[in-house]
Design a binder for this molecule. Structure first.
Ligand SMILES: Nc1nc2c(c(=O)[nH]1)N[C@H]1C(S)=C(S)[C@@H](COP(=O)(O)OP(=O)(O)OC[C@H]3O[C@@H](n4cnc5c(=O)[nH]c(N)nc54)[C@H](O)[C@@H]3O)O[C@H]1N2
Ligand SMILES: Nc1nc2c(c(=O)[nH]1)N[C@H]1C(S)=C(S)[C@@H](COP(=O)(O)OP(=O)(O)OC[C@H]3O[C@@H](n4cnc5c(=O)[nH]c(N)nc54)[C@H](O)[C@@H]3O)O[C@H]1N2
Ligand code: SF4
Ligand SMILES: [Mo]
Length: 737
């Protein structure tokens, strides 16, 4: 049988690896390998990428829309499904107003063109403030910290992995996750290269992970206490006069005052790291020729997540490593929008109805979505739109959301699967296969450790009448804005293009200043609205054809380079990227200073008994790859890791009942001395009950978010506390001797 070979970016995680994929005559994927000609990933591939064919061809993926009436699912045409959405959303907004519709955008929207290009248009068209995403179970603390320090929540420095000589990594396990907010294909190889060139890697984690095993040093930390450890390091740098600030800053003296209570001796009991280790880490960071501090999910979804993220970059600034090669640097993405005004970054511009929680980046905490659905009154959420999300398994107190969703008047989900969340929808709109979908990493290339760009056009055409996910999103936008399901979805793109080009032509310093927007529009190429918009962003971007940059990037250039284009190592970008009113890095912004008071107040608190944390597995991806046979089984299991000393002390057998403030589960134990005593770890994304996903149903596991509490939050960002959850363990009745 004949085969076709295509080269495309893997859409499954943040590492953006290039893949070489073979397809047979029927369009089935017959083989997936790393793309050796991709200048960034250079042939790297992980088991998930290798399983892309199985995922793409999963017979349990939906191929037509489903509509649910009187508890019965029925296959529907696209016209019928859209009409049902129009009726359902129309009914709820007519009765309860636009604010009664909530929207939840899940993790894959950060990987898809549809999510990047139409997510905010849909939100605007819905005209609601009930906006929720996976970010408040993830990286929102980093956005808030960077918004306050740099004036731009998306100006997130990344470790310059390939040139650093010292990397202090906290709460990240890239040997399983392949990296996050640090786009680096072959992260494991890049870490090995760091050590090979004489650099030092220190990993801080309550578990001795595979990443920790590869490091020069592993430091155990009490869950949720990273902010204390980082404050202790910063305190030491200041106390020992080991600072070398090289960027414009304000509030250095204020910082000194804020950190005064957090000497290594003061924080050691709270974070579980010996004072002499804290002092040594500070001295090593200060002495390294180039060093970077990098912290991820384990430090974000924690009680003091925003403070930890702030302290990470405080350390990068104090050691002179912010914005210098080998330190923590700001990438320059090919689609970065030009310009941007200086203005104060603020959260809490509006507040949630029930708990009065501040918005951050225009979102409310996902931890309060159930409150907004369950609590009657003016503004109660009665309808929900979910796109690429599975909050029943991914949000804190998931079972409560499960019950709340069952009570909605209307719900529509854009998702390829009927799963734990979408089973509550009245309409499911399935996007087409990965191979039928164009791919550009608008979000992730902004966090890449080398400047790089690559576009993957669809490898296969759509079946006649089948919309792309971009068209599904554009149609939902049309419905939400009142133009109706029959309106041409391409109008959404034309409207956005018109605004973008007009703004560029009007901006005084812009490379196309004074040009006719219609003439600019006529220069654009692309076969879809998404491609036209990508073309416009590339041309206006820092390497763009219209910007007069030597790379002269446009969609055409990217199509001519199917393996991607290297745009060089990261280069210093300050003060250009700063958007603070002062034009300086703010080391002690007001909301941070206020939250430090919370940190100080909790300093003497005795650490609770046993606490729960999460973990990831290389062959898993949040909740939605457990139906791919090659990826499940073996060590990819939903077990509770526990230190053997705790097993003995609690007299446990091979299972335990684990209880928290919100729920209880019975789980198989996996004793291992790789985890600290007093800490247990359960992966999230499991608990597959009541879905027709046949492989997943065969090994359901349990929903770790039964145990995570939706009440405590990282105050400044509204992020859920998924790590460091107090629990108790006992022998299950049915397992008692
Ligand atoms: N294979 C795989 N890859 C993935 C995903 C997946 O599910 N599977 N998910 C993707 C997503 S959505 C994301 S956001 C990224 C996340 O990418 P990473 O941030 O690298 O995530 P994890 O692998 O969970 O590593 C987090 C580590 O934090 C540790 N930890 C827990 N609590 C604490 C704490 O309080 N302090 C410290 N210092 N450490 C703590 C855990 O033991 C764990 O080793 O991964 C992405 N990639
Ligand atoms: N306890 C605990 N909970 C956690 C975490 C943790 O570490 N511990 N991690 C948190 C993190 S970092 C994250 S990002 C969240 C993730 O939270 P969510 O985004 O809510 O959950 P996912 O499991 O990623 O669900 C993705 C959904 O998108 C669908 N999907 C896949 N591809 C596509 C596509 O191309 N288009 C569309 N429309 N849909 C698609 C899948 O079928 C699935 O239903 O979970 C969070 N929850
Ligand atoms: S590391 Fe991520 S991007 Fe690379 S092949 Fe694996 S899943 Fe795909
Ligand atoms: Mo995430």
């Amino acid at each position: 049988m004949a085969t076709t070979t295509v080269h495309r970016t893997c859409p499954l995680c943040e590492a953006v690896c290039g893949l070489r994929i073979t397809l047979d005559d029927d369009g089935r994927v017959t083989g997936v390998r790393g793309d050796a000609d991709d200048p960034f990933s250079r042939g790297f591939i992980c088991p998930k990428g290798a399983g892309l064919g199985a995922l793409d061809g999963d017979p349990d993926r939906l191929t037509v829309p489903l509509v649910r009436k009187d508890g019965e699912w029925r296959e529907a045409t696209w016209q019928e499904a859209y009409a049902a959405v129009e009726e359902g959303l129309g009914r709820v907004t007519a009765e309860h107003g636009r604010g009664s519709v909530a929207v939840y955008l899940g993790n894959p929207t950060a990987h898809s063109m549809a999510g990047a290009l139409y997510g905010s248009a849909l939100i605007r068209a819905l005209g609601t403030r009930n906006v929720y995403t996976a970010s408040t179970a993830d990286q929102m603390p980093k956005h808030v910290a960077c918004g306050l320090m740099f004036g731009n929540p998306f100006a997130i420095p990344v470790p310059d992995l390939d040139r650093t000589s010292y990397l202090l990594m906290l709460g990240a396990n890239p040997l399983e996750s392949n990296g996050s907010l640090c786009t680096a294909p072959d992260f494991p190889g890049r870490l090995k290269a760091l050590r090979k060139r004489g650099g030092r890697l220190v990993v801080v984690d309550p578990r001795r992970t595979r990443t920790a095993a590869l490091a020069d040093e592993h430091v155990f930390v009490r869950p949720g206490a990273d902010a204390y450890l980082l404050a202790g390091i910063a305190h030491t740098l200041l106390a020992e006069n080991r600072t070398a600030v090289r960027v414009p800053v304000r509030n250095l003296e204020e910082l000194r005052t804020l950190l005064a209570p957090f000497s290594p001796e003061a924080v050691t009991d709270r974070c579980g790291v010996p004072a002499e280790v804290i002092v040594r880490l500070a001295r090593e960071l200060a002495a390294a020729p180039a060093a970077a501090v990098y912290a991820r999910i384990g430090t974000c979804t924690a009680e003091f997540g925003t403070l930890a993220q702030w302290l990470v970059d405080v350390l990068n600034v104090l050691t002179g490593n912010l914005d210098r090669p080998g330190g923590a640097m700001f990438p320059k993405a090919a689609t970065e929008a030009p310009g941007g005004r200086r203005k104060p970054y603020a959260t809490g511009r509006w507040h949630s109805r029930v708990r009065g929680l501040p918005e951050a980046n225009g979102e409310f905490p996902v931890a309060t979505l159930a409150d907004e659905i369950e609590t009657p009154g003016e503004g109660q959420v009665r309808a929900l739109v979910t796109v690429a999300g599975n909050p029943v398994l991914s949000a804190p107190n998931g079972p409560r959301l499960d019950r709340a969703f069952a009570d909605l008047d209307f719900m529509v989900s854009v998702d390829p699967y009927l799963n734990e969340t979408t089973r509550h929808a009245h309409v499911i709109l399935p996007p087409p296969r990965v191979m039928q979908t164009g791919h550009y990493d608008f979000a992730l290339l902004g966090f890449a450790v080398r400047n790089y760009t690559r576009y993957s056009p669809p490898a296969l055409p759509l079946e006649p009448g089948r919309p792309s996910e971009a068209e599904i999103m554009a149609t939902l936008t049309m419905i939400a804005s009142g133009q109706g399901a029959d309106a041409d979805p391409a109008l959404v793109d034309e409207l956005i293009l018109d605004q973008m080009l007009r703004r560029a032509a009007d901006a005084p310093g812009s490379p196309v200043s004074g040009r006719d927007p219609a003439a600019l529009r006529a220069e654009l190429t692309g076969t879809t609205g998404a491609e036209l918009r990508l073309d416009a962003m590339l041309r206006l971007g820092p390497y763009g054809e219209w910007s007069g940059a030597p790379e002269r990037l446009s969609l055409r250039t990217l199509l001519e380079h199917p393996h991607g284009l290297d745009l060089g190592p990261l280069s210093p970008r300050l003060p250009e990227v700063l958007r603070t009113p002062s034009g300086e890095v703010d080391l002690a912004p007001g909301p941070i200073a206020a939250d430090v008071e919370r940190l100080r107040a909790a300093l003497p608190a005795a650490p609770p008994g046993i606490v729960l944390i999460g973990r990831r597995h290389l062959r898993s991806n949040n909740s939605w790859m457990h139906n791919v046979r090659p990826l499940v089984g073996g060590s990819n299991r939903c077990t509770l890791q526990i230190n053997p000393a705790d097993v003995a002390q609690l007299g446990l057998g091979d299972h335990a009942t684990i209880r928290s403030a919100t729920g209880e589960l019975t789980v198989p134990l996996e004793p291992t001395d790789a985890i600290m005593p007093g800490v247990v770890s359960l992966p999230h994304g499991w608990g597959h009950h009541g879905t027709p996903q046949r492989v997943a149903a065969g090994h359901p596991g349990v929903n770790a978010n039964t145990l995570t509490d939706d009440t405590p939050l990282d105050a400044p960002s509204g992020t859920a506390v998924l790590n460091g959850v107090p629990v108790t363990l006992s022998t299950p009745r049915e397992h008692a001797p």
